[in-house]
Design a protein around this ligand. Structure first.
Ligand code: IFM
Length: 444
């Protein structure tokens, strides 16, 4: 295989790094911010591995300017960040918080001043607690609250951001938040999860239409976490289990958005847990997307019997216990390209948690560096086979609050010392910068 070179990518390809508000900002109740469901969830005993929370996180709320300097110094084109809804609208409906919006104005203007394209996400899971008290995403009223919030963000920032993503990973909100309950708000009901997913899709479609109707010109889309789903063996039972998992994990999330319908086999299987869909909902959901964001970390291997033992694959395993499987990204992109009419794809997250080796102030993370390089190569392979991919974002810029794993799992290409809040570029960051800055200048 020839060495990976940035010159193999088209000139317009966007390179970036990504974060989210709750995971890095801290300042949990500064300047009028309201509580979110993740602030509440962290207080439940036993749900966060190291009993930590997002109150301080990476202090990005105070350190944003230095953090943007770091981003710019990497040589990326774009920075993907999210808005904390309760920071700009403490109760999730009604009054907006000027101080909260002032922070994001500074942040977006700070990106533009450094030549970075702002990629904005409206919902990276931190729903205002006041809305959860009224049923959260299970309650159809939350859909209109989200549309109002989206329109206000678009009105204030839409002229300066390159792209607006409605929701990050609806599967996580629905399934981990409402079925297994291991994420906020900690509900355990399949019917709830399915209804939540429907309301997320609906709010996405209605928000896109409303933001466009008020003249916002930013590119608009949604980000899904997707994986190719392989059967553990050729046995019919494993194959059938894989088809079911693909239905619930991929087709359920892609098809309402791209085809305006839920997969019939999944709907049938859901029986009484099927969502309540009102006339017109599916048409509202299927609005044209300017892009589809794909977050890829690993494949999924399914068996009908005992869960597949990933050690049998012989592949490297990350600190999260996830298999390193870059070819799965190529497979996934080719499959999406084959089965659907796609808008341009962005790899909006890709990265890995590995322990760092800190020696004489240098942070060695060769596994993360290799992980990123192999997945960029896997993206290129899909592009060579005809898939249109317009960008790639590393998850994450900084080590940060990794949800129920707390701070023990580090995804950053920049290390955060949580005692001092000092940032140090890891070898993976130096590698990424070197890769990005080796770009051939036009005419050379
Ligand atoms: O940290 C998360 C991020 O918030 C959403 N996508 C997956 C990442 C790693 O688990």
């Amino acid at each position: 295989m020839s060495p990976l070179s940035i010159n193999d990518f088209p000139e317009h390809f966007t390179w970036g790094v990504a974060t989210s508000a709750f995971q890095i900002e801290g300042a949990a109740d500064a300047d009028g911010k309201g509580p979110s469901i993740w602030d509440d969830f962290c207080r439940v005993p036993g749900v966060i591995a190291d009993a930590s929370d997002g109150r301080q996180a990476c202090e990005h709320y105070q350190r944003w300017a230095d953090d943007l300097d770091l981003v710019a110094d990497l040589g990326v084109d774009a920075y993907r960040f999210s808005i904390s809804w309760p920071r700009v609208q403490p109760l999730g409906s009604g009054a907006f918080n000027e101080a909260g919006f002032a922070f994001y104005e500074r942040l977006v203007d700070g990106m533009l001043a450094r030549g970075l394209k702002p990629f904005l996400t409206l919902n990276h899971w931190d729903l205002p607690s006041a809305l959860q008290a009224r049923g959260g995403w299970e309650n159809r009223d939350t859909v209109q609250c989200f549309v109002d919030y989206a329109c206000e963000v678009a009105r204030r920032l839409g002229d300066r951001v390159t792209s607006i993503c409605t929701h990050n990973e609806p599967w996580v909100i629905a399934v981990l938040g409402h079925e297994s309950g291991i994420f906020a708000p900690g509900i355990k009901s399949r019917a709830a999860a399915i209804q939540v997913a429907h309301h997320l899709f609906l709010s996405h479609g209605l928000a896109l239409s409303a933001m466009r109707a008020q003249g916002c010109k930013a590119d608009m889309g949604i980000v899904l976490n997707l994986a190719p789903i392989n059967a553990a063996t050729d046995a019919e039972a494993d194959q059938a289990a894989a088809r079911r998992a693909d239905g619930g994990g991929l087709r359920w999330y892609v098809e309402p958005l791209l085809k305006g319908e839920y997969p019939a086999d999944v709907l049938q299987e859901l029986g009484a847990d099927a969502p309540r869909i009102l006339p017109g909902d599916m048409a509202s959901i299927q609005v044209p997307l300017d892009f589809l964001g794909v977050n890829y970390y690993m494949r999924s291997v399914v068996s009908a019997g005992e869960p597949w033992d990933l050690k049998t694959s012989g592949n490297e395993i990350t600190d999260m216990g996830w298999e390193v499987y870059p070819q799965g990204l190529t497979e996934l992109l080719l499959r999406l390209h084959r089965d659907y009419t796609l808008p341009p794809i962005f790899i909006t997250e890709n990265g890995a948690a590995f322990p760092d080796e800190v020696i004489n102030q240098q942070v060695h993370d060769s596994q993360r560096q290799r992980y990123i390089a192999r997945h960029i190569a896997a993206t290129l392979e899909a592009m060579r086979q005809g898939v249109r991919v317009d960008g790639y974002f590393v998850w994450s810029l900084l080590d940060n609050f990794e949800w129920s794993s707390g701070y023990a799992k580090r995804f950053g290409i920049v290390r955060v010392d949580y005692d001092t809040q000092a940032r140090s570029l890891k070898d993976s960051a130096l590698w990424y910068r070197n890769f990005l800055t080796s770009k051939r200048k036009p005419g050379n």
